[in-house]
Design a protein around this ligand. Sequence first.
Ligand SMILES: Cc1cc2nc3c(=O)[nH]c(=O)nc-3n(C[C@H](O)[C@H](O)[C@H](O)COP(=O)(O)O)c2cc1C
Length: 187
Amino acid sequence: MKILIVKYLPSGNDSYTAELLDFFKSRIKKFYTIEELDLLENIPPVHNLVSMKAYKERNFGGKELNDEQKKAIEPMDKLSLQFKNADLIVFAYPMHNFSIPGIVKTYLDAVIQKSILFKSENNESKGLMGKSKFLDNAKVVMKIELDFMGFIDYEFVHASTGNDVTRKVHVANAQKMLEGIIKKWNL
Ligand SMILES: Cc1cc2nc3c(=O)[nH]c(=O)nc-3n(C[C@H](O)[C@H](O)[C@H](O)COP(=O)(O)O)c2cc1C
């Protein structure tokens, strides 16, 4: 099984999210292929005039692209196929300003491509990831994106770490949830 971990951990060694991610990795079976995409090291591409025109002409208009267009959209295609080819995707990021950090949304904007992660059917969009769903926009945005891509099975693990008094309890609860998910998915 191929696991893709998409992470954005700007707190580095002080990151609680990294702690939970390490906990998860320490608990799953060891023989999985794990690919880690660190968004800090691989800043996701933002669509520009050329790449957006290429995307619309190719993925919606069915047109062949010229070399300049192919070059412009290539970084998005690479990320989209990496995402598509994973059997399990793990996102690890902190909540920033009641939502997912901007760079994670930029990543989603790069990977969510018509005909790769969704298709149009009877004038409706249908997600193609039919392989695997919290008062905060972080979950809402992610839930909308995952549902749109057709994910059937997904879980959110949230640990509120802003308060020194309650942090330990929240992290311990999150670890329990991770163990429950690992058991449920037999990872
Ligand atoms: C710029 C910024 C915005 C934040 N916004 C929120 C927020 O909206 N809600 C929240 O519960 N915590 C918020 N926090 C607290 C972080 O989510 C918390 O410190 C978390 O531990 C960060 O994850 P990390 O330790 O993996 O970096 C924010 C922190 C920062 C630095």
